[in-house]
Design a protein around this ligand. Structure first.
Ligand SMILES: [Zn+2]
Length: 69
């Protein structure tokens, strides 16, 4: 499953990239250093579970409802 994650290298470059959820690091496009996945990436916490983000919650519900028979 592909999602958007933030990656940050040792030099502080932050890169937003859509990768497989299993990917934990990528080469930084700015300097070539290894950029590691940031666990607190905004896109990954908006799962719509907390209800603090109504828009995200509605989107989540809609996406999952669409998979029902
Ligand atoms: Zn870099």
């Amino acid at each position: 499953m592909f999602k958007v994650f933030d990656f940050k290298c040792d030099k502080g470059h932050v890169t937003e990239k859509m990768v497989d959820a299993n990917t934990s690091s990528i080469p930084c496009p700015e300097c070539g250093e290894l950029a590691t996945k940031q666990l607190a990436a905004p896109m990954s916490v908006l799962e719509g579970v907390s209800g603090a983000f109504p828009g995200a919650a509605m989107k989540w519900d809609k996406a999952h409802s669409a998979r029902l028979p």
